[in-house]
Design a protein around this ligand. Structure first.
Ligand code: UT7
Length: 329
């Protein structure tokens, strides 16, 4: 089938209003605002209050998308959520969003691909459109990493924040606007470098889990960094190659917001100047699957993305997973 057969219509996002700045971590760790800003580019991150569940943030994002698209929840026939921090293991967060939204006609499921989750979810939605299974698929990316970050570990907790965003995937209409390329890649051999060792079927909750803190995220930062730079470069190349385009054609690069140094290396590799790169890692930190859809919505609402813009979305995360989606807006 010749692309584009799916397009993205409407955007939305939700981030909690509670801000945790770097000064907070100076009080609890041997760290400094300067170290965090220089090594990661992060100034502050948003932290969810108790009522701001992932389903709450995702539902708020979806309402904005449906408003943009002029649809009601009953028009939705698919809901796909990319996340690594679901509100609970059963049912999926997508089911909870379906119920909260009142989207009673939608099939709903989660996709677990860590920070690449939103792009994997777009690809799943594209498949539903191509197979004729659905015509209006809400795709949500979001994480509430504050619930699985280890606030006794200065090497990881300073990086993470909470938030979600969404878009709607529909059949393409005029053959120009829509998803021009998607690329998904995984290397499970590197899984241990970024993982939550306990809490699942291999280590069900017990007292030991709380003592050894294996419930929380563990990351070998330096190794993850190196792989992120390599994988994000690969993801840029593959999507552009599929579409027969180059970095010079791109109007806006939206990379996963994990670290400003990874973002700059990705842009340099793809030959995209930094004034065509969307950056909000300074304000939100790493929101995992939330990072790209939050940035996408901000870019659309700020007028940075206009009808006809060529937008390259690129992600990397635990698994390892990496991915790219090239869209004509
Ligand atoms: O979402 C996708 C997955 N995540 C990522 O993409 C994150 C990838 N990794 C990174 O962003 C970076 O590796 C970090 C920001 C996590 C760390 O930056 P780095 O330049 O790679 O630092 P490092 O891990 O090599 O650590 C340098 C030093 C170490 O001290 P020694 O061993 O040199 O004495 C760390 O212990 O910095 C120390 N350090 C800190 N110092 C002050 C680590 N965390 C902190 C901290 N404050 N918060």
């Amino acid at each position: 089938m010749k692309r584009p057969f799916a397009q993205l219509v409407g955007t939305g996002h939700y981030t909690p209003s509670k801000i945790l700045d770097n000064a907070y971590f100076e009080k609890i760790f041997d760290t400094s605002d300067e170290w965090i800003r220089e090594r990661s580019g992060i100034r502050e991150r948003r932290i969810a209050e108790k009522h701001e569940t992932l389903a709450y943030m995702g539902t708020a994002s979806c309402r904005q998308v449906l408003d943009d698209a002029g649809l009601t929840p009953l028009d939705v026939d698919g809901i796909v959520v990319g996340t690594a921090s679901p509100d609970r293991f059963l049912p999926s967060t997508a089911c909870d969003i379906q119920a909260e939204l009142g989207a009673h006609n939608a099939a709903a499921f989660d996709v677990a691909a860590a920070c690449s989750g939103f792009l994997y979810a777009i690809s799943a939605a594209e498949g539903m459109i191509a197979s004729g299974t659905a015509r209006n698929v809400l795709v949500i990316g979001g994480d509430r990493l504050s619930t699985i970050a280890d606030y006794t570990d200065r090497t990881t907790s300073v990086l993470f924040g909470d938030g979600a965003g969404a878009t709607l995937v529909q059949p393409a209409e005029n053959g120009e606007r829509g998803v021009l390329a998607t690329y998904l890649k995984t290397d499970g051999r590197l899984g241990e470098l970024l993982c939550r060792p306990g809490g699942g079927g291999n280590h069900p909750p017990d007292e030991q889990l709380l003592k050894d803190r294996t419930y929380f995220i563990r990351m070998a930062g330096r190794e993850v960094f190196k792989n992120a730079v390599r994988s994000m470069a690969d993801a840029c190349d593959q999507a552009l190659q599929q579409a027969g385009m180059s970095g010079e054609d791109v109007d806006l690069l939206i990379p996963h917001q994990a670290n400003i140094r990874i973002i700059e290396a990705t842009a340099k590799h793809a030959k995209i100047p930094m004034d065509k790169v969307f950056v909000n890692v300074d304000r939100y930190g790493n929101t995992s699957a939330g990072s790209i859809p939050i940035a996408l919505d901000e870019a659309v609402r700020d007028g940075v993305i206009k009808p006809g813009s060529l937008v390259l979305l690129v992600a990397f995360g635990g698994g390892f997973t990496w991915a790219s989606v090239l869209v004509r807006w």
